[in-house]
Design a protein around this ligand. Sequence first.
Ligand code: 3PY
Ligand code: MG
Length: 259
Amino acid sequence: MAKNMNDSFRSRIKDKGLLVGTWIQIPHPDIAGILADKGFDWICADMEHTEFEVRDFSRMAEAVSGRGCSPVARVAANEKMAIRRVLDAGAECVIVPLVNNKGEAKSAVAYAKYPPEGIRGHSFCRANGFGERFDEYAENANDRIAVIVMIESAEAVRNIDEILGVEGVDGIFIGPYDLSGSYGITGQTSHPVISGAIDEVAKACKRHGKAAGIHIVEVNEAAVRNAIDKGFAFIALATDTVFLRMGAEKTLGQAGRAK
Ligand code: 3PY
Ligand code: MG
């Protein structure tokens, strides 16, 4: 499907067309700009496990805007200010880590939505051109911004129906590493127990008509095909740091210096 950047990221997620993104850990806007130019539909700043601060996210959002790429933030935690500040900086989607039940999913939605749906506070901010587009942004933000909760524990898998039943949750995103840790098989992301859990979540997303997303950190064609076949349409491929490692390895190999 051709991408139409006039459509909101939230509506593009609902379209069920494949949205291919990537994940960045190095907080420099040039990294995001280079990857946006390569054609990713969205780029997510990992603010949970890196030194990414809100000001870095803001620069990154600026760098990808106008390049056909949506800025997304995986926030540090399911916290009011963590979510509010990235939205104010221009995030089109928040990915909220470690959501385990309906109550936590409801909190994530409340933090991301302006009243009456939630408790996000209004302000002049980067997202509304520092007030230039205040009215338009205030009117449309709740409809245009996607709220995605991460499924990364056995508890969340058990509670998947109640989580997906929360109004305002647009979809889920699987964190395969935390998920494997939660089942006591840390790092074994292709283990049958993890594939089974992922299948269960994908089927639940179909039942609820909500978007299913996943992070494929170590990419190969079979893994991508398998995710698409299961119904995942919101896929993050690798990370900037993995691209660097792989690129360096390949390049050194060409000079006979492979490890
Ligand atoms: C995980 O695998 O736990 C993640 O959070 C991936 O981004
Ligand atoms: Mg995780």
